[in-house]
Design a protein around this ligand. Structure first.
Ligand SMILES: C[S@@+](CC[C@H](N)C(=O)[O-])C[C@H]1O[C@@H](n2cnc3c(N)ncnc32)[C@H](O)[C@@H]1O
Length: 171
């Protein structure tokens, strides 16, 4: 969406229905601190989320690991879904295609924090450690680590595992 907004330093962006501020904070990341973003939402709890200094820092990490760029959108490793599987099967000439998608949402088995810091969510993404080093000041890193580590070590973090089973007939 932000590709269609010509962001310029000094401008004001109205982000109506901002949710947790994903688009608004990303606009600030892209255009720099001189733009103003007006965030509104019908949901007070979501808006309170945007007031927490943790949110923009967390979104900055997410943006570094999942960049919203043309390249990322064109690569299967960063932009891939079960519809692609169906498309590949059709293109390969299969018929009677059946796809079952299983999504398991449960609390994640927790890795030691130090290990988690050195892992990345997909092969093209930097690790959290690298993101901290490149994108954060020392104070931001210390603040992020305390907040993220508390969530991580609480064991309450939910993770979703998706498995797609596809069967098809080759005529
Ligand atoms: C699909 S979410 C999108 C959130 C965010 N813009 C994003 O891209 O991540 C839609 C948001 O619009 C908000 N919303 C729905 N109706 C609204 C209204 N009448 N006025 C303001 N916000 C509204 C919802 O509370 C929700 O946060």
């Amino acid at each position: 969406m932000l590709d269609y907004v010509r962001l310029r330093p000094g401008m004001t962006l109205a982000d109506i229905g901002t949710g947790d501020g994903l688009v608004g904070f990303r606009a600030i990341e892209r255009a720099g601190a001189s733009i103003r973003v007006l965030m509104t939402d019908i949901s007070a709890p979501l808006l309170r989320h945007t007031e927490d200094p943790f949110s923009p820092l967390l979104l900055r990490c997410r943006a570094a690991q999942f960049p919203d760029t043309e390249k990322a959108r064109s690569l299967p490793i960063t932009n891939y879904g079960e519809r692609d599987l169906v498309r590949f099967a059709i293109d390969a000439g299969f018929t009677d295609i059946h796809l079952e998608l299983h999504i398991e949402v449960r609390t994640e088995d927790s890795l030691p924090w130090e290990t988690f810091l050195r892992t990345s969510p997909h092969p093209l993404a930097p690790s959290l450690e690298e993101v901290f080093e490149k994108e954060s000041t020392r104070d931001e890193r210390a603040y992020l680590e305390v907040r993220m580590r508390a969530i991580f070590e609480s064991g309450a973090q939910l993770g979703a595992e998706r498995i797609a089973y596809l069967t098809a007939k080759r005529p």
